[in-house]
Design a protein around this ligand. Structure first.
Ligand code: PMP
Length: 442
C-alpha cells in the first residue's frame, strides 16, 4: 500500500514533538532513571491524594501513592503502555487481523488510545481529507462524524443501503464511473475512503452482514480506497455469532477501525482506541501530540485496573450483561411501537446498538413536529434531517434512543389520539417511551 497518496499535506508535514518523545521513553524507563527532561509538574503539589472506585461486583479500585500520582500526570500520546498491550492482544483475539505480523511500514496492525473514538475519527478525517476529495458514506449517518467531514470540503457520496447495511451492487455502480487504475491519478478524484458504522448504525440501528463486508472489501481492493470501520456498537450486537469485521479481512492494511469504551464502560471517561496500519496510526498520534496530547491518564488507568481485575473473561461477561439490558430495552420499545404505532409509522428491528429509526407515515418533514411540538410536551427526540448529507432537505424520519427510558416509561404511555384529519402522528408525542432525557443527544 502506498499510504502517502492518502495523506493530506498537513498530515505529511507532521513531525514528532521532541518533548512528547521523552514522555514515551520515560513511560518505559526503569525507576532509577533521573529525568530532567519533561515539563511535567511535580505531583506532590497536586491536591488530590487518593481515590477509590467501587465496582459493581463490590470490589474497589484504589488510587493511592504512586498510582494516584501517575493517574494525575501526563502520559504518552499513544496511550499508557499496559492498556495498549492489553488492547492489542484483545484485538488480535477478537479479529485476528492478517496484518499483525506485517512489516511496520507495510500495513502492520497498530493501535492508539484516543479520547473516545470521536477524537480518533476526527483526526483520521483530518489526516485523509483534502478539499475536493471524494468520500463514500451511507446515509443516514451519525452527525458527529458527518459534521467532522463536511467542513473539510470533501465531495461526500451516499452509497445506497438497506436494513442489512451498504448494498454492494449500489457501491459497484457508483465506482463504475472510474476505472480501477484511476486511483493512481489524483486528478481523477477516486474515493479515498468509505466510512461506515457496521453494527447498530446510528441512527438506523441497521447492521452490515459479513457477506456484504467481503464484497465491499474486494471493491476497496479493486479501486484502492481505505475503509473506516466505526464500530462503537460492536459489543452491543444482540445475537451471536457476531459478524466478522472489516479488520478481520484486512489483508492489505486498508482498514482503520474505531472502538470505544463509551457504550460499555463509561462515555464520560472518554477512552476509545483506533486500530489500523502503523503508518496511519502513527499519524493520528502525531496529531494527538499537538492537540489533546493524550487521552486522560486517570481514565485510562481506571479502565486498565478494571480490565486487570476482570480479565478478558470478566470483560466479556460484563458485555453479555450489557447486551441483555439493551436487548430488553430494544424489545420494550418494539413492543410499545407495535402496540401504538402500527400503521402510522414504520421501522426496522435494530440488530445492535440503542436506536430506533422511525418513519412517520403521511408527514414529509418531522423537523417542526419534533423541535417544537415534542419539546412543548417535554419530549426530546432527534429529527431525521441532521443525519443526511443535505441536512436542509425534509425527511419523515426521526430517531428514538431506547437507552435511557425504562420499560415502564416505554409502556405506560398517555395516549391522546388526535383525529387523523388533523395530524395523524401528533400522538406519537404523547408517548413517554420516547427518550425523556435532558442529556445531549449522541
Ligand atoms: N461513532 C458513532 C456512530 C457514535 O454513535 C458515537 C457516539 N454516539 C461515536 C462515534 C463517538 O463515540 P465516543 O464516545 O467513543 O467518542
Amino acid at each position: 500500500m502506498n499510504y502517502s497518496r492518502f495523506l493530506t499535506a498537513t498530515s505529511l508535514a507532521r513531525k514528532p514533538s521532541p518533548i512528547r518523545t521523552t514522555a514515551d521513553i520515560l513511560s518505559k524507563a526503569p525507576k532509577t532513571l533521573i529525568s530532567l527532561a519533561p515539563g511535567s509538574p511535580n505531583p506532590s503539589m497536586f491536591p488530590f491524594k487518593s481515590a477509590a472506585f467501587t465496582v459493581e461486583n463490590g470490589s474497589t479500585i484504589r488510587f493511592e501513592d504512586d498510582l494516584i500520582k501517575r493517574a494525575l500526570q501526563y502520559s504518552p500520546s499513544y496511550g499508557i503502555p499496559e492498556l495498549l498491550s492489553w488492547l492489542k492482544q484483545f484485538q488480535v483475539k477478537l479479529h485476528n487481523p492478517p496484518t499483525v505480523n506485517y512489516p511496520p511500514n507495510q500495513g502492520q496492525m497498530d493501535l492508539c488510545i484516543t479520547s473516545g473514538c470521536q477524537d480518533g475519527l476526527c483526526k483520521a478525517f483530518e489526516m485523509l481529507i483534502n478539499p475536493g476529495d471524494t468520500i463514500l458514506v451511507n446515509e443516514p449517518l451519525f452527525p458527529g462524524t458527518l459534521y467532522a467531514m463536511k467542513p473539510l470540503g470533501c465531495n461526500i457520496i451516499n452509497v445506497p443501503s438497506d436494513e442489512h447495511g451498504i448494498i454492494p451492487e449500489g457501491l459497484k455502480k457508483i465506482l463504475s464511473q472510474w476505472k480501477p487504475e484511476d486511483s493512481k491519478d489524483p486528478t481523477k478524484k477516486t474515493p479515498k475512503f468509505l466510512y461506515t458504522v457496521p453494527n447498530g448504525n446510528n441512527p438506523t440501528g441497521n447492521s452490515l452482514t459479513g457477506d456484504r463486508k467481503k464484497e465491499i472489501y474486494e471493491l476497496a481492493r479493486k479501486y484502492d480506497f481505505l475503509i473506516i470501520e466505526d464500530d462503537p456498537y460492536y459489543f452491543l450486537q444482540f445475537s451471536k455469532p457476531w459478524e466478522p469485521t472489516f479488520l478481520s479481512m484486512d489483508v492489505d492494511g486498508r482498514v482503520i477501525r474505531a472502538d470505544t469504551f463509551s457504550k460499555t464502560v463509561s462515555s464520560g471517561l472518554r477512552v476509545g482506541f483506533m486500530t489500523g496500519p502503523k503508518t496511519l496510526i502513527q499519524n493520528i498520534v502525531l496529531h494527538t501530540q499537538v492537540s489533546s496530547v493524550h487521552a486522560c491518564t486517570l481514565s485510562q488507568l481506571m479502565i486498565l485496573q478494571l480490565l486487570h481485575q476482570w480479565g478478558e473473561e470478566g470483560f466479556l461477561a460484563h458485555i453479555d450483561r450489557t447486551i441483555d439490558f439493551y436487548k430488553n430495552q430494544r424489545d420494550s420499545i418494539l413492543a410499545a411501537a407495535d402496540k401504538w404505532l402500527r400503521g402510522l409509522a414504520e421501522w426496522h428491528v435494530p440488530k445492535a446498538g440503542m436506536f430506533l429509526w422511525i418513519k412517520v407515515k403521511g408527514i414529509s418533514d418531522t423537523k417542526q413536529l419534533i423541535e417544537e411540538k415534542a419539546i412543548e410536551r417535554e419530549v426530546l427526540l432527534v429529527p431525521g434531517n441532521g443525519f443526511f448529507i443535505d441536512g436542509s432537505a425534509p425527511t419523515s424520519f426521526f430517531r428514538a434512543s431506547f437507552s435511557l427510558a425504562t420499560p415502564a416509561q416505554m409502556d405506560t404511555v398517555s395516549i391522546l389520539l388526535l383525529p387523523p384529519s388533523e395530524h395523524p402522528s401528533l400522538w406519537l408525542l404523547q408517548h413517554r417511551w420516547i427518550q425523556p432525557s435532558r442529556d445531549w443527544p449522541n
